[in-house]
Design a protein around this ligand. Structure first.
Ligand code: ATP
Ligand code: MG
Length: 278
């Protein structure tokens, strides 16, 4: 005898895997009692966690991560910026993303001319151009904000996620690779992840990227690129630069030893990994 279909559904609501609870019962009555016990205990645990979050803890893990990343980057001389979430078709086109581009199918269009940004790069390119009018170098800045992509697959993709994108301009050409590695290390350390590797990957937008992979499944947590780059001409950029984009939910997932971002994505059914609808 196994759990009923309704009980299996309820297990999921409760954030539990029924297979973690071997069915040790002989009659439906015993089964239902066993189920009620598990349910009651789980509700109590989740309520306690929620009470602690709204009481003494106050900060969700993703907020704490964000603050650690910000303070690390401020210490390294980066300025924080916040740019619009809605961007233009023109800006995407300047990233080489036109109707024929594979990423175009993943874009949430809100009108003929506007979409929700699938990445922070177009806005940061625009700032690079404006900041480059200053004489001082290097120029360092970053943004942390929501990005949106229609994703068809899986456990490490959400349609809305939080990106950290950092940019450093005007460094010596030969230092770009080591600087990318240094900055990746600073971010990974702030995220509490010591075990990670670099991989080179082919990006549809950036050509070859320096990726950071981590966790038991060696999940990509970041892609980095550097310039001079073929896209620079479109934005009027002539400086050298390095840039990296990190997914905060993936960083959090890995720092928690998990392999799915579901618990850490923006949601109204769970908050800081705590089930709400129970
Ligand atoms: P993937 O190949 O895993 O789909 P990507 O190479 O398309 O990722 P990038 O454009 O390199 O993603 O974005 C930079 C970072 O943003 C990724 O390394 C990842 O951490 C995060 N990211 C990208 N898409 C998503 C998503 N749909 N949900 C959560 N995080 C994402
Ligand atoms: Mg990538």
């Amino acid at each position: 005898m196994y759990w009923t279909d309704t009980q299996i559904l309820r297990f999921k609501d409760l954030g539990l895997n029924p297979d973690d609870y071997p069915p040790a019962f002989d009659t439906p009555a015993e089964r239902n009692r066993a189920f009620q016990k598990i349910e009651k205990q789980q509700v109590r645990i989740q309520r306690m966690k929620l009470a602690a979050l709204l009481g003494k803890d106050k900060k969700t893990r993703i907020q704490a991560l964000r603050e650690r990343l910000e303070s690390t980057l401020f210490d390294l001389g980066f300025t924080g910026v916040t740019t619009p979430t809605i961007i233009s078709r023109q800006a995407l086109r300047r990233m080489s993303i036109d109707a024929a581009h594979p990423l175009n199918k993943q874009v949430f269009w809100i009108s003929d001319k506007q979409c929700l940004r699938p990445m922070l790069a177009p806005n940061l390119y625009s700032l690079m151009k404006d900041f480059s009018r200053l004489k001082q170098r290097p120029l360092r800045f970053f943004e942390i904000g929501s990005c949106f992509r229609k994703e068809s697959s899986g456990r490490v993709h959400a349609s809305e996620f939080t990106m950290l994108n950092l940019v450093e301009m005007g460094l010596p050409l030969e230092e770009r690779q080591s600087r990318l590695e240094f900055l990746a290390n600073a971010v990974m350390t702030a995220a509490g992840i010591n075990d990670y590797d670099f991989e080179t990957d082919d990006s549809q937008v950036y050509g070859t990227t320096l990726d950071v992979v981590a966790g038991p499944e060696r999940t990509e947590v970041s892609s980095g690129a550097s310039g001079p780059h073929p896209l620079d001409a479109e934005w009027g950029i002539t400086d050298t630069w390095v840039g990296m984009g990190f997914g905060l939910e993936r960083l959090l997932m890995i720092s928690q030893g998990e392999t799915a971002i579901g618990r850490w994505s923006k949601s109204l059914t769970s908050l800081d990994g705590i089930r709400l609808k129970i």
